[in-house]
Write a protein that binds this ligand. Structure first.
Ligand SMILES: [Zn+2]
Length: 148
């Protein structure tokens, strides 16, 4: 972030950067992002980072989720991701998947939960990206969603 920016300049700068990043991403990889692809990716991420301990029963995109990026129902193992994520870089979608998958192992946002999430190496980068999007778009998210 360039020094000496006012809050308004800062918001514009973040919006510009986010726009540029997602356009770059669009060029690189066109979404092969169906519900089936999302489910496959979730299983893969559970294998890579969560010792296969998170076993989702379904993973799908939803349009009705405006106050959180993702959600899960540990009781039936279902995971839902906001379609807002669809145009974001793959590592950000991966982070939200890992976040929701980790809730299938540990509920709430305590130390044990974050220890699982932190096994995904781009966690901090992805959280920073989402913070930038949230600030630039003036989104009001459920404070519970990502309580660190
Ligand atoms: Zn959470």
């Amino acid at each position: 972030m360039p020094a000496g920016f006012s809050a308004a300049e800062e918001a514009r700068w973040v919006a510009d950067m986010v726009g540029r990043l997602s356009r770059q991403d669009d060029r690189r990889r066109r979404p092969r992002r169906s519900d089936a692809a999302l489910m496959r990716r979730a299983v893969e991420l559970s294998h890579l980072h969560l010792q296969d301990r998170a076993v989702p029963s379904s993973v799908r995109w939803v349009t009705n989720q405006n106050r959180r990026w993702g959600s899960c129902t540990p009781l039936d193992g279902s995971i839902r991701l906001s379609t807002r994520l669809r145009t974001m870089p793959a590592y950000v979608v991966d982070y939200v998947l890992v976040h929701e998958l980790a809730h299938l192992i540990v509920s709430g946002h305590g130390d044990r939960f974050w220890a699982w999430v932190a096994r995904y190496p781009l966690t901090e980068r992805a959280r920073g990206y989402l913070d930038g999007v949230q600030a630039a778009a003036g989104l009001v998210l459920d404070p519970d969603w990502d309580a660190g």
